[in-house]
Design a protein around this ligand. Structure first.
Ligand code: NAD
Length: 522
């Protein structure tokens, strides 16, 4: 048996590998090894960290933070802008690494570059306006001045999953850094090389060594150590782990943002363009082989157009090209791991055993690769099946029939998660009204999943069990700061002046209340 996956990118020489591995902080606990999805053979291992290594990383990040925060916003932004240019210029390297570690089609790897590049330039150029000081109407006009300012949290911990290792690993880092924090990131066990590549490019862009530290290791010990060391924790991953993370952070009373899982619905109204709806469903259901938090797993179709839509969907599904290997040339890559393949297969098996019908796919494709799974469309899915409301995180959609908008909204709101939803219709005004009744962090109209998240000025996050907090937009950077109120009195303490009766001070205060009311100021 070969000791390393045959799909190792040609440019990733031993010397280049060493130049990536050096960015793991300390890493005194042996080697962390993952298997490449294309051939189930090891990718290049990286040093594994111990909890003490995480402590050391947080200590040096803490020491570096005041100096980093003392730089002007523009100076920090200049680093991010240079990183953006390196990312775009050298994207082929990171696309290779993402494909090697995750197995996704290259188009979906490139979408990470596109999204991260957009986030980088947006926050570098506009982030400052989200953080600017705000003069507040003071308690006592004229003689006092009150300003709301934003101060960095300190050391931000970031834990992110394997499915979008570049975008999820770095798009939260950028606003955290720009707000004046230093960061300790835990690389996911499956995808450390992608994150280390980004760390190396940040260094080239001028980011000081201690300002962003990367640690590598498993979730329960190294992830936990990051939570125990950080002043704020930014987590992306499953709802189950999000709960554990929130409980641990609560013990230390640190803030968290939680970007968690979904069971996202797409509604097809009777007036929809069915070819567009089918195309949107395929893109949103099978991108990254369905291993995308905002991807569509439930399609809720008006009864009148059910047959015609199903026909269009099956045609679009059968046109998807399965494949694997570095490079463009196929639409759907394999699942990331044996565990993902087993989970997806078990969900489909359970549904079929309980009466669901497979309209397309429904099986693994070992002829293509060890973890390949055919894009799958199911009919007749009912509430007793595991995949009905449980996240499958694979290329599987279930079709449901409904009689109208109210029933569609009720079906969309089933379950406890609420990350992303979609509506296909000719009546966009009706869809905008429906959107407000759907419990979901984002609703796309006539787009499957990408439009809301690609609009990085708008907040992105989950409702219900899909998470707390938002990335992107104003909230996406403000969460990495504390609001601080700075109140300045030009007359000294506000209380009753010495030597005067309290009663006259109270009478003066009462007059002021009435005056402010009369003038409509309060
Ligand atoms: P996961 O929760 O198993 O792991 C996510 C990360 O948390 C990993 O790096 C893991 O090492 C770490 N971790 C595991 N246990 C931990 C613990 N006890 N303490 C601290 N860290 C721990 O998720 P996964 O299966 O790797 O990723 C897929 C999930 O992520 C899906 O549910 C998907 O919907 C979700 N996701 C959400 C978003 C979003 O933006 N809402 C984006 C991508 C993925």
């Amino acid at each position: 048996m070969s000791t390393i996956s045959a799909h190792r990118p040609a440019w990733l020489t031993d010397a280049r590998l060493a130049s990536l591995r050096r960015w793991v902080k300390n890493g005194n606990l042996g080697t962390l090894t993952a298997l490449a999805p294309y051939d189930a053979l090891p990718t290049a291992g990286v040093p594994a960290c111990s909890p003490d290594d995480v402590d050391a990383a947080a200590t040096s990040a803490r020491a570096a933070q005041p100096q980093w925060a003392a730089l002007s916003y523009e100076a920090r932004a200049a680093v991010v802008l240079r990183f953006h240019d390196l990312l775009v210029e050298r994207q082929d390297e990171v696309l290779d690494l993402i494909q090697w570690e995750v197995g996704k089609a290259r188009l979906h790897a490139w979408q990470e570059v596109l999204l991260l590049g957009t986030v980088a330039r947006h926050y570098a150029r506009h982030g400052r306006s989200y953080l600017k000081d705000r003069l507040v109407r003071p308690a006592v006009p004229v003689v006092t001045r009150v300003t709301e300012v934003r101060v960095p949290k300190g050391v931000v911990g970031i834990i992110s999953p394997w499915n979008y290792p570049l975008y999820l690993g770095v798009a939260d880092l950028i606003p955290a850094l720009l707000a004046g924090n230093t960061v300790v990131s835990k690389a996911d066990q499956q995808t450390p090389l992608t994150l280390l590549w980004a760390r190396a490019r940040m260094a080239e862009a001028g980011l000081p060594e201690d300002v962003w530290q990367v640690v590598a290791g498993d979730g329960p010990s190294i992830g936990a150590a990051v939570i125990d060391a950080a002043d704020y924790l930014c987590f992306t991953g499953s709802t189950a782990t999000g709960r554990i993370v929130a409980e641990r952070a609560a013990r230390r009373l640190i803030g968290v943002s939680l970007e968690l899982g979904g069971k996202n619905p797409l509604i097809v109204r009777a007036d929809a363009d069915l070819d567009l709806a089918a195309r949107g469903t395929v893109e949103a259901a099978f991108a990254n082989s369905g291993q995308m938090c905002i991807h569509i797993e439930r399609v809720i179709v008006h009864r009148k157009v059910y047959e015609a839509f199903t026909e269009a969907l099956l045609a679009a599904t059968s046109a998807q090209r399965l494949g694997q290997g570095l490079g463009y040339g196929y639409d759907v890559g394999p699942l990331v791991s044996r565990a993902q393949l087993d989970k997806v297969s078990a969900h489909v098996r359970d549904a079929v055993a309980k009466g669901a019908t497979v309209l397309a796919g429904g099986r693994a494709r070992p002829d293509i690769g060890p973890y390949a799974y055919q894009p799958t469309v199911l009919d007749g899915v009912t509430g007793d099946m595991d995949l009905c409301l449980g996240e499958t995180f694979g290329p599987v959609v279930a079709l449901h029939r409904v009689d109208g908008d109210d029933a569609a909204i009720a079906a969309a709101n089933l379950g406890r998660q609420g990350l992303s939803a979609s509506i296909f219709t000719a009546d966009t005004a009706a869809a905008e009204a429906m959107a407000r009744r759907i419990r979901s962090g984002a609703v796309n109209v006539n787009d499957g999943a990408g439009l809301a998240i690609a609009t990085v000025e708008a907040p992105m996050g989950g409702r219900g069990e899909s998470g707390l907090g938002r990335r992107h937009g104003a909230e996406g950077i403000r969460r990495f700061t504390d609001a601080q109120t700075v109140a300045v009195s030009r007359l000294g303490p506000l209380g009753p002046p010495p030597g005067r009766p309290v009663e006259s001070f109270v009478a003066f205060g009462n007059k002021q209340l009435k005056l402010l009311r009369r003038l409509g100021i309060r």
